[in-house]
Ligand binder design. Sequence first.
Ligand code: 5GP
Length: 206
Amino acid sequence: MLKNRQSLIIVITGPSGAGKTSLLKYLPSENFYFSVSHTTRPPRKDEIDGRDYYFVSKDKFLEMIKKDEFLEWVEIFGTYYGTAKSEIEKAFSQGKHLVLDIEVIGATRMKSYFGNSAVFIFVLPPSIEEIERRLRKRETEDDKKIRERIQRAREEIRFASWFDYVIINENLEKAKDELFSIIRAELCKPFRNPSLKNILNSLIYE
Ligand code: 5GP
């Protein structure tokens, strides 16, 4: 069911502050289903439960792990994040392209589940200074948390060349064009075109 699907599965990764969220806002929700992860982190001031995350207690999260309800999960800085299997089912039942905004370890795990169906994109910030500037602008983390996130960013960036595509988000418009180009190219892959067989047959035999 998961391999060679016609709809896209976009796994997008990049350090906090790389601008993934701003980039993903360009994808229309009529065609794209944005997987909502579960987390034990408290909501930021502009975040809404069920839209940005499902904000749950650690007990609830651990219970979900026990019940095997996650496709993947990670613990970062004592906070749990996970993709529930039910999110994937929702996207598929709506016939939309699925978008997963997850960190690098979760992304590598997805490779074995999704195979060719998924396209793996890494969003790089133009510099570490820019990440720091964006994190400070959010005003959601204290100095210690910002330092932790920057250290983690450096570790995540090591994995960038493992991904199918790397977008350097120096300029949001340019990054958006690159994202759209990747999606267009992926949608031209033969296995994603359900009518291709008929088209080829008619061109060859008629
Ligand atoms: P934040 O706390 O800034 O919202 O997210 C921190 C990191 O956790 C980001 O890199 C984000 O992509 C990642 N993340 C969010 N949800 C999930 C998830 O379900 N699984 C994994 N592996 N990472 C996630």
